[in-house]
Ligand binder design. Structure first.
Ligand SMILES: [Cu+2]
Length: 133
């Protein structure tokens, strides 16, 4: 993979940072995935897993705030018929349905970018992001 380089996303937010000693910080208590974990999983020929969630309490989340570029399994638990979970960024545009519920699994290739996650019904208030370096 190419080295992470400073860049600006289309909305002008510069997502480059200095030296992160902790590459992945959990946003929820579901999973703590360190960069060492990611490397070990990849070495075994597996894809590391990221977990997304959206609930009727208007919680929308992903299990890491920052990861290294590469392929991941993305598992999204959409437990509500009133909201959805939608991720958009370089090469990725995937969403669950608003009215549907359940678990959706995708394999994704995340590239150096900031990926935005939102509920399409409430994009101003139900949103988060993950930075890929
Ligand atoms: Cu919503």
């Amino acid at each position: 993979m190419a080295q992470a380089q400073p860049h600006a996303s289309p909305d002008g937010v510069v997502s480059a940072h200095g030296d992160h000693s902790t590459v992945i910080a959990p946003r929820t208590s579901e999973q703590v995935l360190t960069e060492a974990d990611v490397a070990a999983i990849r070495k075994r020929g597996r894809l590391p897993k990221l977990t997304g969630k959206v609930t009727g309490a208007q919680v929308i989340s992903i299990s890491a705030t920052s990861v290294s570029a590469g392929r991941y399994r993305l598992v999204v638990n959409d437990s509500t018929p009133d909201h959805n979970w939608h991720i958009q960024g370089l090469g990725v545009d995937l969403k669950t349905s608003v009215s549907g519920t359940g678990r959706t699994k995708w394999k994704v290739r995340l590239r150096v970018d900031t990926y935005h996650i939102q509920c399409d019904v409430h994009p101003a208030t139900m949103r988060t992001s993950i930075t890929v370096t």
